[in-house]
Design a protein around this ligand. Structure first.
Ligand code: KG4
Ligand code: ZN
Length: 352
């Protein structure tokens, strides 16, 4: 008998529900995004995101169950992303999951958002831990050793901005809509990556990342180009085009991530490298990692594009492995905006 997990995700601006069998086979995947509303403000407005989740959560779950053609009694458990993320957003998904777990008498499974991003890779192919993972999203940048489906050790992290955040900020400055990452990625192909030499940051005596330097350098270059253009009565794009900026920025971000991955691949012999998170959809990063994987003779796993950004299929997939490990949560589970990957969730309980 397959084990069916209903997954629920509401950590940022996507309200999502999905049903996955045995952590691998997708039966339903429903996503309602409030991004078009946030676009008006240039970024996610937490209060609006929470309100939109409230409106969408029940219909999204209903649609996922209908698409999967399952009755509640056929489910093995209900997995929910309970952190990290926007607290007001997380609370909506957690409340819905708790209500359903109580009403349907099913185990509740608390899933870490970044563990779920990694699990997006289980939805295609036959990937199994252990492996080295790069998790890059709008809010996080981690290099993680994944020892088993539920055992994570953070090897490096960003000390300031996440790459997705930097992409979104630069995009906004040049007039691209939120979320700008995918648009900047596309634009980069029309520009010259050598036009602007942006810093590839190194944190002294530490394996950690920093992206605020490259972000600030790109913003300064834009401002300087703007001033020079003004003095000469030209449009800013005559001095520095959006495409050249995008290409140079993408080159610097990808190089920073690749250099760091090389460092860890040289430290220990990993057989597999896994990409995860919204920024793993970046075409420059994906092709650079293909080259890297060949160079270091490691297998490379990257989620299909539709599972890179937030969705609940990844939550359901990770939920299955939490269930297998006996990690069930109590009905007093609360959302945790600041939950660290690899640590026990402050308020959840384990049956271990
Ligand atoms: O994982 P995700 O959906 O949400 C968080 O957990 O933060 O990631 C969203 C981030 C956004 O910052 C978005 O601009 C970025 O992922 N992103 C990209 C690309 N696709 C999405 N960044 C660069 N290139 C892309 N192709
Ligand atoms: Zn995410």
């Amino acid at each position: 008998m397959p084990q069916y997990i209903l997954g629920i995700e509401s950590s940022c601006d996507e309200t999502a529900a999905a049903v996955v069998a045995d952590g691998r086979h997708l039966l339903a995947n429903v996503i309602a995004s409030s991004a078009p509303i946030h676009r008006l403000y240039g970024g996610v407005v937490p209060e609006i995101a929470s309100r939109e989740h409230l409106q969408a959560i029940v219909p999204v779950i209903q649609e996922a169950m209908q698409t999967a053609k399952l009755e509640p009694h056929q489910l093995t458990g209900i997995a929910v992303c309970s952190g990290p993320g926007l607290l007001g957003s997380l609370i909506v998904g957690v409340a819905a999951a708790k209500a359903l777990a109580a009403a349907w008498q099913k185990p509740l499974l608390a899933v870490h958002h970044l563990a779920a991003h990694v699990a997006a890779n289980y939805l295609s192919g036959d990937l199994t831990p252990p492996f080295l993972a790069l998790i890059v999203s709008g809010a996080h940048s981690h290099i993680v050793e994944v020892r088993s489906y539920t055992d994570f050790t953070i090897l490096a992290r960003t000390l300031d901005d996440a790459p997705g955040e930097a992409y979104d900020k630069i995009s906004r400055e040049i007039g691209l809509d939120y979320p700008g990452g995918p648009k900047l990625d596309k634009l980069s192909y029309q520009g010259d990556p050598q036009k602007l030499i942006l810093p590839v940051s190194h944190v002294k005596d530490s394996p950690d990342f920093s992206f605020s330097g490259v972000k600030t350098a790109a913003l300064n270059a834009l401002n300087q180009a703007g001033q020079q253009a003004k003095q000469r009565g030209l449009p800013r794009e005559a001095i520095l085009s959006n495409a050249d900026l995008a290409a140079s920025f993408q080159a610097a971000i990808v190089e920073t991530l690749v250099q760091k991955l090389k460092f860890f691949l040289e430290q220990k012999s990993y057989s597999t490298l896994v990409l995860a998170g919204g920024v793993s959809a970046n075409s420059g990063l994906r092709s650079a990692c293909e080259v890297l994987a060949e160079e270091y003779h490691v297998r490379l796993s990257m989620p299909p594009l539709q599972f890179c950004t937030d969705n609940a299929a990844m939550t359901a997939a990770q939920g299955f492995y939490e269930w297998q490990a006996g990690h069930t949560a109590e009905l007093d589970l609360s959302a945790s905006a600041m939950w660290e990957l690899g640590e026990v969730m402050p308020t959840s309980r384990s049956t271990d």
